[in-house]
Ligand binder design. Structure first.
Ligand code: ADP
Ligand code: 5GP
Length: 210
């Protein structure tokens, strides 16, 4: 039994470990397609065009909005971020599970457009650990770190709108929990309509024959 591709939205406080988790998840399992977003923020050291993000100017980004080339977009700490439509639609139609690693405003827009999407929220075990990871990553200035922690306070108000919350304490355990939740989502009756119909037809045929 294998249901069609699921749209999975992963959000979480900046520094919770979403990027690290997603990288490990796609390394370990080959049924996931990780969407690459467009952004106007500048690349961090080690980030590559088309690998972590498509890095665009504000003008280029606004053109994508006007062309309806993004299925959602949001402003986060002074920059635009958005999900390209083509990739998501193509991969879903091929039956793959598509992961969007996006912030909460985008997540809620996705849920409106794709009510069957599964929304996961990733957090650290504590606020202290969040601050440690965000500072320890060493990619943002002190000012940006404070902005992102301020944003976390707002995001925490929306956690109940997600379907699942996952605590990223031990990385491998968390990867397994994420994979387990997605696997379970494939087993809902609503995602296995075709199988259920076939089974019913077979059972009815069996009754007529006997
Ligand atoms: P996000 O994408 O959510 O902003 P990152 O994946 O960049 O977060 O992780 C933030 C920092 O925390 C990185 O330095 C990463 O190596 C570290 N990190 C991620 N997961 C864990 C974990 N389970 N335990 C300890 N450190 C972690
Ligand atoms: P970062 O600058 O740390 O890579 O990302 C900042 C925030 O933007 C994170 O919460 C990340 O999940 C979110 N984000 C990344 N891509 C997208 C996107 O396409 N759409 C939305 N709405 N948020 C995104």
């Amino acid at each position: 039994m294998r249901s069609e591709g699921i749209l999975i939205v992963v959000s979480g406080f900046s520094g919770a470990g979403k990027g690290t988790l997603m990288k490990r998840l796609v390394e370990k399992y080959d049924n996931y397609a990780l969407s690459i977003s467009a952004t106007t923020r500048t690349p961090r050291q080690g980030e590559e065009e088309g690998r972590e993000y498509f890095f665009l100017s504000r003008e280029q980004f606004e053109k994508r909005i006007a062309d309806r080339a993004l299925i959602e977009y949001a402003e986060y700490c002074g920059n635009y971020y958005g999900t390209p439509r083509d990739y998501v639609e193509k991969e879903l139609s091929c039956g793959r599970d598509v992961i969007l690693e996006i912030e909460i405003q985008g997540a809620l827009k996705i849920k409106e457009q794709y009510p069957e999407a599964v929304l996961l929220f990733v957090t650290t075990p504590s606020a202290g650990e969040l601050r440690r990871r965000l500072s320890g990553r060493g990619t943002e200035t002190a000012e940006v770190i404070e902005k992102r922690l301020g944003r976390a306070v707002k995001e925490a108000e929306g956690i109940e709108r997600y379907d699942y919350i996952v605590i990223n304490d031990d990385l491998e355990t968390c990867v397994e929990e994420l994979h387990g939740i997605i696997t379970a989502a494939h087993h809902t009756p609503g995602r296995n309509g075709e199988f259920i119909q076939t089974m019913r037809r077979e059972l009815e045929g069996d009754q007529i024959e006997n």
